[in-house]
Design a protein around this ligand. Structure first.
Ligand code: PMP
Length: 290
């Protein structure tokens, strides 16, 4: 496996970072998870834009522009001869001293690109739907660490994931500080009631898959509502599903022990899953693997 690390491609065993890198010391940096499907990188520009926006707020000055970064992602896929892959793009603050002041870092961000495979959930969940719960850990809020920042500091989500996992679940709903549904630990959430597709308007990551689903829904003339959503509304919804780059679109059939709709993946969910699959086959930055 060839990994892009600070300007060169190295073998996995040689891909090592400094123990003084603030990405490691403080989770100071940003990342993206990107997918390629049959030689097409899905929504690459959108991922790179989101990354650069997070870096802008973190005040990490990138030595390369967005176009060059897109090129490096494609090059990593080609070097590894991968047509279908999950790409992890990481930018760290870089090396510094043991204090947390970014100004004392040497101003050279660490850039890492790994292309591999990912499988989050068993295939059965895509057919039959999954069961999730709500966990006590509250999602970071805009007043603290804005959940729109896809930073390397994922402890908020990890604490929630531990709670889910301790209870025997693979994914969980996180609420915002006001008690509204925010998102899941690594996925956005949607619900359908009376043919209206709703998803939380705030307190969550601006998911690339979420955006794709909203676009698909609008094309299909499905009424869409981005708003505040309570858990009660999810419990009494006709359908529920999650979206994410790794998870894609996964139906949810039970939340906190409450059966959603008829307990099976809903019709609209299945239609969106199908449209999304089609989209990944035609929408993306093309590359050739020799
Ligand atoms: N929310 C969180 C907290 C995430 O980490 C992710 C990405 N795994 C998502 C939502 C989904 O975003 P995307 O569709 O861009 O992968």
């Amino acid at each position: 496996m060839k990994i892009y690390l600070n300007g060169k491609f190295v073998e996995k065993e040689q891909a090592r970072v400094s123990v003084f890198d603030h990405g490691l010391l403080y989770g100071d940096g940003a990342f993206e998870g990107i997918r390629s499907y049959n030689g097409l990188v899905f929504r690459l520009k959108e991922h790179i834009d989101r990354l650069y926006e997070t870096l802008h707020t973190l005040m990490i000055a990138m030595p390369i522009d967005r176009k060059k970064m897109m090129g490096l992602v494609v090059e990593t896929l080609k070097k590894n001869k991968l047509k279908d892959a999950y790409i992890r793009l990481i930018v760290t603050r870089g090396e510094g001293d043991l204090g947390l002041d970014p100004k004392k870092c040497y101003g050279k961000p660490g850039i890492i690109i790994i292309a591999d495979k990912i499988k989050l959930y068993p295939e059965e969940f895509y057919q039959k739907g999954m069961e999730i719960i709500t966990v006590p850990t509250i999602r970071n809020c805009a007043e603290a660490i804005n959940p729109r920042l896809k930073s390397l500091n994922y402890l908020n989500n990890i604490l929630a994931k531990i709670e889910a996992s301790n209870s025997g679940y693979l994914e969980a709903i996180m609420l915002d500080p006001q008690g509204y549904v925010a998102e899941c630990t690594g996925d956005n959430i949607f619900m359908v009631k009376n043919n209206i597709l709703s998803t939380p308007s705030q307190g969550r990551l601006e998911g690339i898959t979420r955006d794709a689903v909203l676009q698909l829904a609008k094309q299909r003339k499905i009424e869409v509502s981005e708003r505040l959503i309570t858990r009660h509304e999810v419990y009494v919804a006709d359908e529920c599903f999650l979206t994410g780059t790794a998870a894609e679109i996964i139906p949810v059939v039970k939340v906190d022990g409450r059966v959603i709709g008829n307990g099976k993946p809903g019709g609209l969910t299945q239609a969106i899953m199908k449209s999304f699959r089609y989209l990944t086959k035609k929408d993306g930055v093309k590359y050739q693997v020799s």
